[in-house]
Design a protein around this ligand. Structure first.
Ligand SMILES: Cc1cc2nc3c(=O)[nH]c(=O)nc-3n(C[C@H](O)[C@H](O)[C@H](O)COP(=O)(O)OP(=O)(O)OC[C@H]3O[C@@H](n4cnc5c(N)ncnc54)[C@H](O)[C@@H]3O)c2cc1C
Length: 470
C-alpha cells in the first residue's frame, strides 16, 4: 500500500492540516496519536518480528475501547485503512500509510474463578494472563510463548502445546468478543449476539474489526509434566521415526512436537544450541511423572539424549517447554497442515532438513494435532482442521530482502510435503502472501467474504492478511 496522505515535500498545506487533525485526535484520547515526525512514533509501531515493518501515517496507542473507537472513526473520516498490532509476533506485509492501532497498553486481565472465565484486554500477553489464572488453579488455552498476545493467538486458531489435544483450539473457548467495527460501533459478539461476526472474527481477525477484549473459558489445570528432550541432529532419522510412532498412539493428555533447530551463535541463544544442529522434542503431559516416564521411554531410547528437562511443572511455567526466544528478531514463516508423516514423508523431510542437508532454515517444527483438535464443536469459528494430524512450521531468521534463500527453502519444504498436506495451512503460522483463502475451507471462505461485505463494506480493514485486497 502506498502512503495515503500528502507528503511534506509535495503539499505542505495538506500535511499541516492532517497534522492538526491528528492533534485533535490526540486530544480526544487517553493514549496518544503520533505521526512519523513525533517522538515515540518508532517505539509505538515496533513489534517482536522485525520483518513486519510498520510506517503508518498515524499510530494510536490505545488505552481503552473508546480510544479504539476514536481511532477507527478518524480513519474512516480520512479514508485511511486500519491495522492493529498487539505484540507484533506475526510477520505481516510491510505497512506503509494508513492508521495503526497499538493495543499493547490494554493489558488488563480479570478472572472470575467461580465461572472459570477470564476477560482479557486486547494487548495482554499470555505472560500477563497465565499467572493471574494460576492464582485460582486455572489455565487458559495458551500458546508456547508468554510473549505472544492472547487475543491475536486466539483469533488465529490458538494451538496450545499443553491443553490443545485435551480441550481443542483456543478459538473454540472464546465466550465473547468486544469489538470496534468499521462503523465505529462497539459490539459484543458471541454465540447469541452478532453471531456471524463472532464466527468470522475467529479466523478473519483484523479484517472484521478491532477486538478490545475477549472473554475466555479456563480449565482446572495447575500442574503438568513438561520440558524437552534434546538430541544431536545426526540422530534425526531415529528421533523423527520415534516421534511419529509416539504421536500415533499418544493419549490426548500428551502433546509432543519436534523441532529441528539450527540457531545462530548470537546473544540469547543458549550455548547448547548455538551454531549446531539439534533436535528438540517438546513435551507436555497432563498427568503424573510416572505416566510421563512410561510414555516417553521409547523416545528416550531412540537416540542419546544430550539434555532432558522433562519434569513436574507448575502450569505458570509453561514457557520452559519450548523456550521460545524472547528478543525481537526478523523472521519469515511458512506452514502446512499434514494428514500424516509416514515413511515417505519422513524421507522427504530428512532430505531437506536432515543432517546431510545444507538447509539454512533455522527452525522447522512438527507440532502434533489430533485429539480434541479434531473435534469441530458446534459454534466453532472459521478455523477448523479436523483432518490434520500435524502442523509443519518453518522459520528463517533475517530481513526478507536479505533472506531470499531461507524464504525459498521454506517454500521448497512446504512443496516437498505437499503429497501429505491436507491442502490447508494454519493461520497463526501463515505468511501474509496474498493467499488467506488457504487457511479456510471453500465454504468458510465464501461465508467469510459474505460477513466481511456486511460489516466492512468500504474495506477499511484491509492491511493484514487481507480477505479482500484494496
Ligand atoms: C515465538 C512464537 C511462538 C508462537 N507459539 C504459538 C503457539 O504455541 N500456538 C499458536 O497457535 N501460535 C503461536 N505463535 C503464532 C502467534 O499465535 C501468531 O503470530 C499470532 O498472530 C500472534 O498474535 P500477537 O497479537 O502476539 O501478534 P501481532 O503481530 O500483534 O498480531 C497478529 C495479528 O493478530 C490480529 N490481531 C491482534 N490483535 C487484534 C485485535 N485486537 N483485534 C483484531 N485482530 C487482532 C491481527 O490480524 C494481527 O495482524 C507463535 C509465534 C511466535 C513468534
Amino acid at each position: 500500500m502506498s502512503h495515503t496522505l500528502p507528503d511534506d515535500t509535495v503539499d505542505h498545506g495538506a500535511r499541516a492540516a492532517f497534522r492538526e487533525a491528528v492533534a485533535g485526535l490526540d486530544a480526544s484520547l487517553e493514549g496518544v496519536a503520533l505521526t512519523p515526525e513525533d517522538a515515540g512514533y518508532p517505539e509505538a509501531c515496533a513489534g517482536y518480528n522485525l520483518a513486519g515493518r510498520r510506517h503508518p501515517d498515524v499510530v494510536v496507542t490505545a488505552h481503552s475501547a473508546s480510544d479504539v473507537v476514536e481511532a477507527v472513526t478518524f480513519a474512516a473520516a480520512h479514508d485511511l485503512p486500519v491495522a492493529v498490532v498487539a505484540t507484533g509476533h506475526h510477520a505481516m506485509r510491510p505497512l506503509e500509510g494508513g492508521l495503526l492501532v497499538s493495543t499493547a497498553a490494554m493489558d488488563d486481565v480479570h478472572v472470575d474463578a467461580d465461572a472459570r472465565r477470564a476477560v482479557v484486554g486486547a494487548g495482554a500477553r499470555w505472560s500477563d494472563v497465565v499467572p493471574r489464572t494460576a492464582e485460582h488453579h486455572l489455565t487458559p488455552v495458551h500458546g508456547s510463548s508468554g510473549q505472544v498476545g492472547a487475543v491475536g493467538f486466539t483469533l488465529g486458531g490458538g494451538l496450545s502445546p499443553v491443553l490443545g489435544r485435551k480441550y481443542g483450539w483456543g478459538s473454540d473457548h472464546i465466550v465473547s468478543l468486544d469489538v470496534v467495527t468499521a462503523s465505529g460501533e462497539v459490539v459484543r459478539a458471541s454465540a447469541e449476539d452478532h453471531a456471524d461476526l463472532f464466527w468470522a472474527l475467529r479466523g478473519g481477525r483484523s479484517n472484521l474489526g478491532i477486538v478490545t477484549s475477549m472473554e475466555i473459558e479456563l480449565f482446572p489445570v495447575d500442574r503438568f509434566v513438561g520440558g524437552g528432550l534434546f538430541y544431536d541432529g545426526e540422530h534425526a532419522e531415529a528421533v523423527l521415526s520415534a516421534f511419529v510412532a509416539a504421536t500415533a498412539t499418544a493419549p490426548d493428555d500428551l502433546t509432543l512436537s519436534l523441532a529441528f533447530l539450527r540457531l545462530p551463535p548470537v546473544p540469547g541463544v543458549p550455548p547448547l544450541l548455538a551454531g549446531r544442529f539439534v533436535l528438540h522434542l517438546r513435551v507436555a503431559y497432563l498427568g503424573d511423572a510416572a505416566g510421563a516416564d512410561d510414555l516417553l521411554a521409547p523416545l528416550r531410547a531412540a537416540a542419546p539424549v544430550i539434555v532432558d528437562t522433562v519434569e513436574e511443572t507448575r502450569a505458570v511455567d509453561f514457557e520452559r517447554i519450548h523456550n521460545d526466544p524472547t528478543d525481537p528478531a526478523p523472521f519469515s514463516e511458512e506452514t502446512s497442515m499434514l494428514a500424516g508423516v509416514g515413511p515417505d514423508a519422513q524421507r522427504a523431510l530428512l532430505e531437506l532438513v536432515g543432517p546431510t542437508s545444507d538447509t539454512g532454515l533455522h527452525i522447522v517444527e512438527l507440532r502434533q494435532l489430533g485429539g480434541a483438535f479434531d473435534v469441530t464443536r458446534p459454534g466453532a469459528g472459521a478455523i477448523v482442521a479436523p483432518e490434520a494430524a500435524y502442523v509443519l512450521w518453518a522459520l528463517s531468521i533475517g530481513m526478507p530482502e536479505e533472506d531470499a534463500d531461507g524464504i525459498a527453502q521454506a517454500r521448497a519444504l512446504v512443496e516437498a510435503v505437499r503429497p501429505w498436506s491436507t491442502g490447508s495451512r494454519y493461520l497463526n503460522f501463515a505468511p501474509d502472501d496474498g493467499h488467506p483463502e488457504r487457511s479456510f475451507t471453500p465454504t468458510d471462505w465464501s461465508r467469510l467474504l459474505h460477513v466481511k461485505a456486511a460489516v466492512d463494506p468500504r474495506n477499511l480493514f484491509r492491511t493484514q492478511q487481507p480477505l479482500i485486497e484494496s
